[in-house]
Design a protein around this ligand. Structure first.
Ligand code: BGC
Length: 718
């Protein structure tokens, strides 16, 4: 690299502009090119010519469910050396990889993390994941996924933080902060991907801009406000315009309106796939449309490398558009410190899992478990005479890791069999569920059976939609057979999505939703089943009563004929089934019982721009200490557009001793009541607001608040 001291000194924008001024048009096209899996042998010449600005190491176009050979630190280092030492300008390559819910140490899938409702925990584990990945040469991850979805058939709900923008947005921001202590993060997939028709991945999306703004854009805004370095465009179209060509949303909203100055990266071949969408004639046309729309970096399609230069020379794309895209890529490289420190930070220390990352993984896994049914069999007694573990997840480490685990290893997983055997020794028996007669025999003999069933991770994640939300074939029948033997059976359901648990709840003595918990599954499960840790997970997505009830989510807006859930009458009820969800958003049992509310306000009126204090009493009415997750919801009875029946505003987890009373305190700003109205501008109205405090979205007690004009209030304040 030539001596250019300004590369390391001076204001960021000065460095970016100075470097940009040195690039030829061909080198600019190189900076916008992100081929997959570059190697020092095959790609030597392209690296040396500055034709590869970035690369991702990925198993393929259907990432997440295919293992690859793993990262080669040596290969990454050699590629980097070629770029830095042999290319004309010595610009380092930006290496990306999908580090989604852990790297070597694997934490619960994001939907499971969301069930913990704990931004601080999410930040800490994203920091660990980023640090582990950085030590293998990764500078950038394509996470967090912040797509809001009310569609459990869609396999990718496993990768997101659930259906409520406030929960998802806070966890997204926490995850960005955690990753970006060492690597770059990406908020994906921009935008509306969770609305894929029928829950079929990549399918078309019909959504109006009002719903986009009130729901789907919010989490991206949170990630941008948290300083995320990149945003990934989504594969879907929005009302006919594919996102990789969607100038209105990418350039005008994300970049111009929000002032996002980071990189918009294409999804895998998303630029080239504009041809498959049927909106571009060929690769050149696809590149032209994507550049104009504001997609900066071309992942895996090669269209920019092949056509960006000619598009500028011919005038089809203004030079300034390409310059802006390159500026963003260079800015990201500077922000990540690649010019100072381009090579992997290798040490002799093992990358993970280590004792401390295992402790974090155990905490994360335990807090993701949601108890949704319990006839009193849980918590189990540690002096239980005998315990039978059965089902496909008893000892299968790989299956407990979840979707999108490129670098975690099944053999590192502490399985339920290992953890329970460590605790109970010979009192544990097990069957893997293959022979139902043997499972029945052991169930009869054991004091308690724990049935570990549910979905294999390959049934969730990208391109893995299901048409039926029931358990995989045969599992319900097998569970029922065990439950009919008259012995207590605890069902632990591993899943990447909300499933239809109606019959499981009827059959089993207790039901725990476990998602895919990762490296420390076994110890975390033992912690919660034996009551060493209180169950504190709460559902981050609604569990519908059946597949036919989808969509069934917290965002259902008011209609002209509102359904009365308490009696299931009026409005859009089903004739052949109850309409309300099987398990509402926010639901989760503890080993004790709580009475929550009513909420009390520190004033009954609040001026626009002001704040109100809300105090919610929580009585522990059971016999054990426990942790309540007090949830605060909003209902706006009169607005400019139809609004959700309830909308999550805030929450607080509080520990309360048996028989004691505590209280949750919230400070709510009137800004939190804002929404986009008919004219698509954001507004906060004066008038009545209901604040509802309760244990989940379907239960709670309300208090009314009046929002007043700023001037009319001071003497009215209570
Ligand atoms: C997925 C992205 C992922 C990318 C790179 C795509 O198929 O949609 O979420 O980041 O592959 O692996």
């Amino acid at each position: 690299m030539s001596e250019r001291p300004w590369l390391r000194e001076g204001p960021l924008e000065h460095r970016v502009e100075s470097l940009l001024a040195e690039l030829t048009l061909a080198e600019k096209a190189g900076q916008l090119n992100q081929p997959a899996n570059v190697s020092p042998g095959d790609d030597h010449d392209a690296l040396a010519a500055g034709r590869i600005g970035s690369s991702l190491y990925a198993s393929g176009a259907l990432g997440g469910n295919e293992r690859d050979e793993g990262l080669s630190i040596a290969a990454i280092e050699q590629c980097q050396r070629i770029a830095v030492e042999e290319s004309r300008l010595g610009i380092p390559v930006l290496f990306g990889r999908d580090v989604i819910h852990g790297h070597r140490t694997v934490f619960p899938i994001p939907l499971g993390l969301a069930a913990g409702w704990d931004p601080d925990l999410v930040e800490r584990l994203a920091a660990v994941a980023g640090e582990e990945a950085a030590r293998e040469g990764v500078a950038w991850t394509f996470a967090p996924m912040v797509d809001i979805s009310e569609e459990p058939r869609w396999g990718r709900v496993a990768e997101g933080f659930g259906e409520a923008p406030v929960l998802s947005g806070r966890l997204a921001a926490a995850s960005v902060r955690g990753f970006q202590r060492s690597i770059g993060a990406t908020a994906k997939h921009f935008v509306g991907y969770g609305l894929a028709a029928g829950g079929r991945d990549y399918d078309t999306v019909q959504v109006g801009e009002n719903t986009l703004r009130n729901l789907h854009l919010r989490t991206f805004r949170d990630a941008v406000d948290a300083g995320v370095l990149a945003v990934m465009a989504s594969f879907n179209d929005v009302d006919g315009t594919p996102m990789h060509a969607n100038r209105r949303l990418v350039r005008e909203v994300l970049k111009d309106e929000w002032g996002f100055d980071g990189v918009v990266v294409a999804d895998w071949s998303g630029v080239g796939q504009l041809v498959d969408h049927g909106v571009a004639a060929d690769a050149r046309d696809a590149a032209r449309q994507a550049l104009l729309a504001g997609v900066d970096l071309d992942m895996a399609s090669g269209c920019y490398l092949a056509h960006a230069e000619e598009l500028v020379v011919s005038g089809a794309v203004p030079a300034e558009i390409v310059d802006d895209a390159v500026r963003r890529v260079l800015r990201m490289k500077f922000r990540l410190g690649l010019f100072d420190d381009p090579y992997p930070r290798t040490t002799d220390e093992p990358i993970g899992p280590t004792a401390s990352t295992r402790a974090l993984a155990r905490e994360a896994a335990a807090s993701s478990l949601v108890l949704v049914g319990n006839d009193g069999v849980l918590p189990l007694r540690e002096d239980v005479a005998s315990l039978h573990l059965t089902g496909p997840f008893v000892d299968d480490g790989e299956a407990l890791l979840g979707t999108w685990v490129l670098d975690g290893r099944g053999e590192d997983v502490a399985t339920p069999l290992a953890a329970f055997t460590e605790l109970l020794g010979e009192r544990v028996s097990h069957t893997d569920g293959r022979f139902s007669d043997l499972a029945c025999h052991r169930t009869r003999e054991a004091a308690v059976t724990v049935a570990l069933l549910g979905e294999h991770p390959s049934r969730s994640g990208e391109a893995n939609s299901v048409a039926d939300l029931g358990l995989p074939a045969g599992q319900l029948e097998a569970l029922r057979q065990l439950c009919d033997l008259g012995k207590p059976v605890v069902a632990v359901v591993f899943a990447g999505r909300p499933l239809d648990l109606t019959e499981v709840l009827r059959a089993a003595s207790a039901v725990l939703v476990a998602w895919h918990p990762g490296t420390e599954t076994g110890p975390a499960l033992a912690d919660v089943l034996f009551g060493r840790r209180e169950p504190r997970g709460r559902l981050p997505m609604t569990f519908p009563r059946s597949t036919g009830h989808v969509p069934s989510s917290i965002h259902a807006r008011g209609t002209s004929r509102v359904i009365d859930f308490s009696r299931d009458v009026w409005g859009g009820r089903y004739l052949d089934a109850l309409t309300q969800p099987q398990l509402p958003f926010g639901f989760g049992l503890a080993y004790t019982t709580f009475e929550i509310g009513p909420p009390a306000l520190d004033r009954s009126q609040v001026p626009l721009g002001g704040e109100v204090g809300v105090q919610v009493p929580v009585a522990n009415t059971g016999g054990r200490p426990g942790r309540a997750v007090v949830q605060l919801y909003l209902h706006d009875p009169v607005a400019d557009v139809t609004r959700p029946k309830v909308e999550l505003l805030d929450w607080q987890a509080i520990d309360v001793d048996a028989g004691a009373t505590g209280s949750a305190r919230f400070t709510v700003s009137t800004d939190a009541f804002g929404y986009y109205g008919r004219d698509l501008s954001r507004r906060v109205d004066t008038g009545l607001i209901r604040l509802i405090a309760g244990p989940d979205a379907a239960h709670g007690q309300a208090v009314e608040l009046t929002v007043t004009e700023p001037t009319a209030t001071r003497e009215d304040d209570a």
